[in-house]
Design a binder for this molecule. Structure first.
Ligand SMILES: [Fe+2]
Length: 267
């Protein structure tokens, strides 16, 4: 899994049905467009957008270098996302054009990858990290899962979600012990971050049509503790966090196959 892209690149010339058949379905998303925004940054960009993009790259570099840990990365991205004007960011990432091909004909997220400017990305490029738009119709779902060796941050850029997150306390046999950290509305301009230290499990349900997040993710992140469970090729383990809480408030969430998770949460 280390070094792999989070989701496969697809041949955009193929019809939708073929694209879907070819998808790494275990990611739970449908990749519609990749690297569609090549010309985006040719025009002049406001300082506030430049500062956000530079900050995102700097936080990634600091995490890689070990000068911040995963909690430091989460705090840095939350600060950046709290200060960037969302409408302006969406305009400069050209999200309307990038997501024009989204069909919203499935309860799963459709995704597309905007480009950050090459001079800001730097020599390391986009290796082992990504910036990705997730689009969902009303009722659409990012199926509950935990992540190994990864950090990410979803910024809502359109619409509204119901977001549930849990800390991952430890791994059991065929289950993950969770503790609830968030259960409520996630509005435009708000962010949820995750790492193996905090909010590792997330589950999003779109409450509006054309609900979108801008996700910044980094893979091949060293584990903060020794995982007892293996993730799939997309750094994901699907879980069922709806089982009853233990007396201490924790939840022993069973591991689900992709098929079982889809049937339960996106059926
Ligand atoms: Fe995730």
């Amino acid at each position: 899994m280390a070094g792999r892209l989070y989701y496969p690149r697809m041949d955009q010339s193929k019809p939708a049905v073929d694209r879907r058949a070819l998808l790494g379905i275990a990611s739970g998303t449908l990749l519609v467009a990749a690297l569609a925004g090549r010309q985006l940054w040719a025009r002049e960009r406001p300082d506030v957008i430049k500062a956000w993009a530079k900050g995102v790259v700097a936080a990634k570099d600091e995490l890689r270098a070990g000068t911040i840990d995963v909690l430091g990365w989460q705090a840095a991205i939350e600060r950046l996302n709290a200060t960037v004007p969302v409408n302006e960011l969406a305009a400069y990432l050209d999200l309307d054009r990038l997501t024009a091909g989204f069909a919203y004909d499935s309860p799963l997220a459709e995704t597309a990858d905007p480009l950050l400017p090459a001079d800001i990305i730097g020599a390391a490029g986009m290796k082992r990290w990504f910036v990705r738009v997730f689009g969902l119709r009303k009722g659409g779902v990012v199926i509950p899962h935990v992540h190994n060796n990864m950090v990410s941050a979803h910024l809502v850029v359109d619409g509204r979600f119901h977001a549930r997150t849990h800390d991952r306390l430890r791994d059991l046999d065929n289950a993950v012990l969770l503790r609830p950290t968030r259960d409520g509305t996630l509005r435009k301009g708000e962010t949820i971050t995750m790492s193996d230290r905090h909010h590792n499990q997330h589950w999003l349900i779109a409450e509006t049509e054309r609900a979108m997040t801008l996700d910044v993710g980094i893979v091949a992140v060293p584990a903060s503790w020794e995982y007892g469970l293996k993730a799939n090729d997309y750094n994901m383990i699907y879980v069922d966090p709806t089982v009853a809480q233990e007396r201490d408030g924790s939840i022993a969430a069973p591991i689900l196959s992709w098929e079982a998770a889809q049937a339960k949460f996106a059926g």
